[in-house]
Design a protein around this ligand. Sequence first.
Ligand SMILES: [Zn+2]
Ligand SMILES: [Zn+2]
Length: 388
Amino acid sequence: MYAPDGVKTSRDYAIPDTMKAWVLGDPGELSLREKPVPVPKKAEVLVRIDAVAICATDLEIIYHGPPALIRGGIPHNKNFTPGHEYMGTVVALGPAVDEYRIGQRVTVEIHAGCGQCKRCREGMYTACHNYGLNYGDVDKGHRANGFTTDGGFCEYQVNNINTLVAIPDAMSDEEATLVVTAGTAMYGLTELGGLVAGESVVVTGPGPIGLLGVAVAKALGAQPVILTGTRDNRLKIGRELGADHVVNVTKENAVDAVRRLNGDKGLDYVLECSGAPNAVNEAVRMVNRGGKICLAAFPHQETPVDIAEIVRNNIYVYGIRGEGKSATHRAEAFMSQKRFDATKIHTHTFPLDDLPTAIRYAKDRVEDAIKVVVKARGVSAAHKVAAE
Ligand SMILES: [Zn+2]
Ligand SMILES: [Zn+2]
């Protein structure tokens, strides 16, 4: 049985020595293997993974590689387990850990910075200068679950205590996997200045971050919040999450519609979540002079940008990575206070053993899938569960 030196365990949570883990082979190829259950070190706990959501970035990593960085290179054929939007139960404590207790339910954010570089010291641990330097002689202690270290498509994972967010019993496993997505939206709004009450916000792109961006902006008091996108079913969910107006950009010009909906004044903030090639130029024309644009998605090719328009109008453009500055904790606070219902974006649940099917649903948007969750237990192997 699992009983590593210096690690505290409990009889209530028996831990095996090995576990099921999905491992990335060639691009797009995952196989289910046995791996040793990892051992928490100082400032780390072992989390039994109860649910993990699939993110568009997982698909990027599985099919293309970046932004994952394993032992200095692409993640393929390195016995690497992807998956980063997971939650679970603390089942073992590393040496001297007393911040969490065994049996506590937690959700996890992705990045544990090295804690010693300039950006980590500023609280920008998702922009750690030692990103991916966590192996062999160059080990700086940086970890990013499912990006630079093993992630959550398995049964157990170690996590730095700084990446844990305690969740209430009333929050379901599925909802808890969405905290980090809401946290990313929260981080974007934080970087835009954070003073959102009474300000006008447009969110472009109703993917998971965009939809929860609407919810977080509204919870922060933004007025009006406008959501643009191409799919009516997702725009409808955006409405339910608090958008004052939605714009289907296949039916009307996005810039004209957004400006009209705010009295032709232009908006204070744009949270860009579409990654569309024309998104930045459109955002520049949606904001008012001195307005701010946060880029939370990226196009796959280089795209020309109208720099002159940005300079002439004193427009600020920010890129964000992940969910820094404890934004995840603030997002969780909104969710546990039921300020919005993130589960509206959860559409399907599959057993962990069916991960390839779950990935196909997420990738091909089968049955209008938005957030697809896999669970190691409690879901029948033969049947997917459609939420609601
Ligand atoms: Zn993600
Ligand atoms: Zn760092």
